[in-house]
Design a protein around this ligand. Structure first.
Ligand SMILES: Cc1ncc(COP(=O)(O)O)c(C=O)c1O
Length: 461
């Protein structure tokens, strides 16, 4: 007899017996027929019966008494409560909409990603780091990558830190969550409003008190901060998200001074500082800090791709021990294979070359998109163009409400975000102009004019 048919026969008996046990057709502790008797009764081999009994024994349906035989394990009736029927297929379609054009600020363009180099380096990582890949990753991330990042931020962001201050994580949200675990229970945390809604959601889910702080033309309002007195404030000084303001030095000093005087901390979310057009890089807030008040968040989601899930946090020295005590038992959830490949990519100069290339590509897209928007919308659009990052803000004169714009964008299969997504309270619907966040990384040059005319069809009656 072939192995598959032996398997099939034993499986059938196992399934029949299991179903009968679960249907309470047997009494508790009832003795099963001997293997030989069962084999004769079912007209199968003793070996098949033995395999079925062994499997039932393994899973705890039956027990055995030496030299006596097999008995039914007493089982409680499984409690069954009626569940609401949910159509998961509908969820799926909602979660992964197909867009014709994407003006998302979150996406990057990976058409030019050095895929062959990445795959070659990944192979190299497999060979070179076999034992590291076979173990649980270090909780702060591989030292090689942390050393490389320390060098990178030193010449790119003026940050001089020890690799022990750097923590690798699978996203800035994950790192921020780990940081929150280190902060006092009753910490008050200030966030920019409008600001990055994912941080706000994370804070709202934590037990910490979240306080949204309004912005003025220099960034987060110090007057409001002083009135609220937070222990931690999260800001985007290089390119305020989403409004685009670059925090001037006067505001940086005021912010640093206030948080230093109150022994508070500042989280500097430096999410897209690698892309600045026609201007030099804006120095990081961390590089001005002489009192150890700034925690720096960096990400590879903008320079490489969000799907990589690799970000990092640089702690002031005073928080390193506290962080280690709280988190040393955490198994990090970033991919060690990707982290080590990234280390090789940076070390061998590919990363720098790729950013340079993407810088040109994004710069061209940004200029052409601004031109196309002005041409199509004429006096109906005001572009608040900060020469930085992968998005800008526009104000459009339209009679549609924010809710209508969102649903019309959906109908036209266009990924588009309005300011409403980033403010704590929805913005008034009565204003004559509506504020939109226009990401340009994923707008193709060849279809750009079509994308812009579709945008106009969504916004203008
Ligand atoms: C404001 C802001 N902060 C941080 C990030 C980076 O998030 P992550 O590193 O989790 O991908 C993004 C990503 O788009 C962002 O827009």
């Amino acid at each position: 007899m072939q192995e598959s048919s032996v398997n099939y026969i034993y499986r059938q008996l196992y399934n029949d017996l299991k179903d009968d046990i679960l249907a309470y057709k047997y009494e508790s502790h009832e003795k099963l027929p001997s293997k030989r008797a069962m084999a004769q009764h079912a007209n199968i081999s003793v070996n098949s019966v033995k395999a079925a009994y062994e499997q039932l024994l393994e899973e705890g349906y039956i027990y055995t008494q030496e030299r006596k035989g097999y008995y039914i394990e007493p089982l409680e009736q499984l409690i069954v409560k009626p569940q609401t029927q949910i159509q998961l297929e509908d969820y799926y379609r909602e979660a992964a909409p197909q867009y014709q054009y994407s003006f998302s600020h979150m996406s990057t363009n990976i058409e030019n990603f050095p895929m062959e180099t990445w795959l070659k380096l990944q192979k190299q990582v497999f060979r070179q780091f076999t034992s590291r890949l076979s173990s649980i990753p270090e909780f702060k991330g591989p030292m090689e990558l942390r050393q490389t990042i320390a060098k990178l931020v030193s010449y790119k962001r003026g940050i001089h830190c020890h690799p022990e201050q750097i923590i690798i994580g699978s996203g800035t949200n994950v790192l921020l969550k780990q940081l929150l675990d280190v902060m006092e229970e009753d910490s008050k945390i200030a966030v920019e409003n409008p600001g990055y809604s994912r941080f706000r959601d994370l804070l709202n889910r934590s037990q910490k008190v979240t306080i949204p702080v309004s912005l003025d033309n220099k960034g987060i309002s110090i007057k409001a901060l002083k009135a609220l007195n937070p222990n931690l404030v999260i800001v985007t000084p290089s390119h305020q998200f989403p409004m685009g303001t670059i925090m001037p030095i006067s505001r940086r000093i005021d912010l640093l001074n206030w948080m230093t005087q109150t022994n508070g901390y500042i989280v500097e979310d430096d999410y897209d500082s690698e892309f600045k057009y026609n201007t030099d890089n804006i120095p990081s807030l961390y590089s001005f800090d002489k009192s150890g008040r700034v925690i720096y968040l960096g990400t590879f989601s903008k320079t490489l791709m969000p799907g990589l899930r690799l970000s990092y946090m640089i702690l002031p020295t005073s928080l390193v021990k506290r962080f280690e005590t709280t988190n040393h038992n955490v198994i990090p959830d970033f991919s060690m294979l990707n982290a080590l490949t990234l280390y090789m990519l940076i070390k061998d100069g590919h990363y720098e070359r790729y950013i340079k290339k993407m810088h040109h590509i994004y710069e061209e897209k940004r200029i052409k998109l601004i031109r196309a928007l002005k041409k199509e919308f004429k006096d109906k659009i005001t572009i608040k163009d900060t020469k930085a990052g992968l998005h800008f803000i526009v104000e459009v004169k339209t009679n549609y409400s924010y809710t209508e714009i969102e649903s019309r964008a959906h109908e036209h299969q266009v990924e588009l975000y309005t300011i409403n997504r980033f403010t704590v309270e929805p913005v008034g619907e009565t204003t004559a102009t509506k504020t939109l966040i226009i990401g340009f990384a994923n707008i193709d040059l060849t279809t750009m004019s079509k994308a812009v005319s579709t945008l106009k069809a969504i916004l203008i009656k």
